[in-house]
Design a protein around this ligand. Structure first.
Ligand code: SAM
Length: 287
């Protein structure tokens, strides 16, 4: 289960898909988020990822993680890392297991172009704090874009090995045809190279993503677009920051309002039924 806790962000990445969510300023309270997690737990969900916007902009993020940890053991977060230096120890203390840090470039000029902010050194400090506080395995999320950072893959593999973190190479997910054409970078040749160089290859159950072990580095590849195997092996359910269950990143015509039921005092039985309804609406986008 992937829950967005806010749409607010302290970066402005030009490629951001905003978790496929329509704009909304409404947010859930920690107890509403906990209720959704508790219902997810009752129907057998085992893993939770917190996302946003930037989850660390929520002042009550530690309370959210603490409440979540009463129901789920595997709690992770995807963050841009800017505030991680400040929060890593506390998050670990309340039960966060690991983090993904968005990290597209090692070049501060490019970082500014991509995110609209001059914050690369804070992001690096965030990665260091995550490792130092055992929020591991730390994963760096690198969205590879044509003409922007496609020349940095080797350098990023080296950097990840040096920091003892995993590098996730992610293909751009986007529907705007012109934008997609301009920036989409096909990772197939990189995959072919990794297949050749890897001393070991592992396939994850989720999305059938492949992990490559190369010298001191571990590299995972995420190729979602037009990928039927990715969809077939997707086990995700999303929750928007305004409390709707969202069966697919790429669709907004099958959302189910969960928080409204909670606010109306629905029983646990009714909430489980609502959750199961959303699960039944999951279907592959790419078939
Ligand atoms: N602010 C947090 C962060 O930076 O991780 C959480 C939200 S961000 C939307 C979550 C992840 O989605 C990031 O790792 C980001 O790189 C990825 N992402 C955003 N837009 C994307 C796109 N168009 N295609 C592929 N991945 C994308």
């Amino acid at each position: 289960m992937r829950i967005s806790v806010t749409q607010r962000c302290n970066l402005d990445c030009f490629y951001c898909h905003k978790e496929g969510q329509n704009p909304s300023k409404k947010e859930m309270t920690p107890s509403e988020i906990e209720k959704i997690i508790a219902v997810g737990d009752k129907i057998g969900i085992k893993k939770l990822k917190l996302t946003g916007g930037e989850p660390l902009l929520r002042e009550d993020i530690c309370e959210i993680v603490q409440r979540a940890s009463d129901h789920m053991k595997d709690i992770s977060m995807t963050t841009n890392g800017i505030l991680l230096d400040r929060y890593a120890a506390d998050l670990k203390g309340v039960g966060l297991r690991r983090v993904n840090v968005s990290f597209d470039t090692l070049d501060s000029e490019k970082y500014k172009i991509i995110t609209g902010r001059d914050r690369l050194s804070q992001a690096v400090a965030g990665v260091n704090a995550a490792v130092a506080n055992g929020l591991t395995p730390v994963k760096l999320n690198m969205v590879v874009m044509k003409g922007i950072n496609d020349d940095e893959i080797k350098e990023m593999i080296r950097f990840a090995g040096e920091k003892n973190v995993i590098l996730q190479l992610i293909e751009l997910e986007m529907f705007d045809g012109e934008f997609y054409e301009r920036y989409h970078y096909d990772l197939s040749p990189i995959v072919a190279e990794l297949e050749e160089r890897a001393v070991r290859i592992k396939e994850r159950k989720l999305h059938h993503r492949r992990k490559y072990f190369i010298e001191d580095s571990e590299v995972e590849v995420v190729k979602p677009m037009h990928n039927t195997a990715f969809c077939r092996n997707c086990t995700r359910i999303r929750v928007t920051s305004d409390g709707k269950l969202k069966p697919c990143l790429l669709r907004n015509d099958n959302l189910i309002d969960m928080v409204e039921h909670i606010r109306n005092g629905a029983s646990d039985g009714e909430l489980i039924k609502t959750f199961k309804k959303a699960i039944s609406l999951r279907e592959p986008f790419w078939m």
